[in-house]
Design a protein around this ligand. Structure first.
Ligand code: NDP
Length: 233
């Protein structure tokens, strides 16, 4: 087994949807998975399902809308000497409505989960990556967060993902050594968020995220990718 496959990889919002599938694919490739979510029972169920497949996985509670919850999880891992090599900021919410019709809270909520979650998680785990001279952060974004693609979709969501894209670029400019920060758009995927009409299954939706999580040293830093190809911010 390649050394890179034995990395410890933490996935947020991994109890279902794309995050669960990413955990499965990375686990099958040999990574140690820290599967996180905000509901204990949902985390336990997801961990049990992956263990049944022989995947090396442990569950941790992490509500990404709470900086306290993120840092508490980081401290638990530190105490158990579990170094996070790869962070996948996957957890996301999709509040609907137009700027004029939505309650202002919809934007606060979207920013809290889709932007401040990755912001605090990066601050919790990136310093250790830089210190150990290895790390990958994958921010699961969306074409709806791309200026180049017209910032489409519900505004609370698209504004939060545009902010996540900006965070990706700025974080990438602060890393050193073999540490990389990139963003991925999974495409339109059949999950609770994407709905049953979506054109892709979770296997396909996970591909670019898994690729960015396992980039070699020569791989890109500070990019936005769909189907493993660079797209415009
Ligand atoms: P789902 O709605 O299926 O899953 C979302 C996951 O995020 C769930 O595990 C959910 O947990 C978790 N989550 C939500 N809020 C929090 C929180 N506060 N703390 C921790 N976890 C939380 O969505 P997808 O799997 O489709 O989406 C995954 C990512 O992909 C998101 O970032 C999304 O924006 C992005 N994406 C998805 C697309 C699609 O078509 N599906 C398209 C483009 C991007 P719980 O079960 O507790 O609610």
């Amino acid at each position: 087994m390649k050394q890179s496959n034995r990395r410890t990889m933490l996935v947020t919002g991994a109890n279902r949807g794309i995050g669960f599938e990413v955990s499965r694919q990375l686990g099958r490739a040999g990574a140690r998975i820290i599967l996180t979510g905000r509901v204990p029972q949902a985390v336990r169920r997801a961990v049990a399902a992956l263990r049944q497949e022989g995947i090396d996985v442990r569950g941790e509670l992490m509500d990404v809308s709470s900086p306290r919850s993120i840092h508490a999880c980081a401290r638990r891992l530190e105490r158990s000497r579990e170094a996070v090599d790869v962070l996948i900021n996957n957890a996301g919410i999709y509040p609907e409505g137009t700027i004029l019709s939505m309650p202002a809270e919809a934007l606060y909520d979207a920013l809290s989960v889709n932007f401040f979650g990755p912001f605090h998680a990066a601050r919790a785990f990136l310093p250790g990556m830089i210190q150990r001279n290895y790390g990958r952060i994958v921010n699961v974004s969306s074409g709806y967060g791309s200026f180049a693609e017209g910032l489409e979709g519900p505004p609370a969501y698209s504004l939060s993902k545009a902010a996540l894209n900006a965070l990706t670029l700025r974080l990438a400019s602060e890393v050193q050594g073999d540490v990389k920060v990139n963003a991925a758009c999974p495409g339109w995927v059949r999950t609770r968020m994407g709905g049953p009409e979506a054109t892709r299954g979770v296997e396909e939706g996970a591909v670019t995220i898994v690729w960015l999580a396992t980039l070699p040293k020569t791989g890109p830093n500070g990019g936005f990718f769909r189907d493993r190809k660079r797209i415009e911010w």
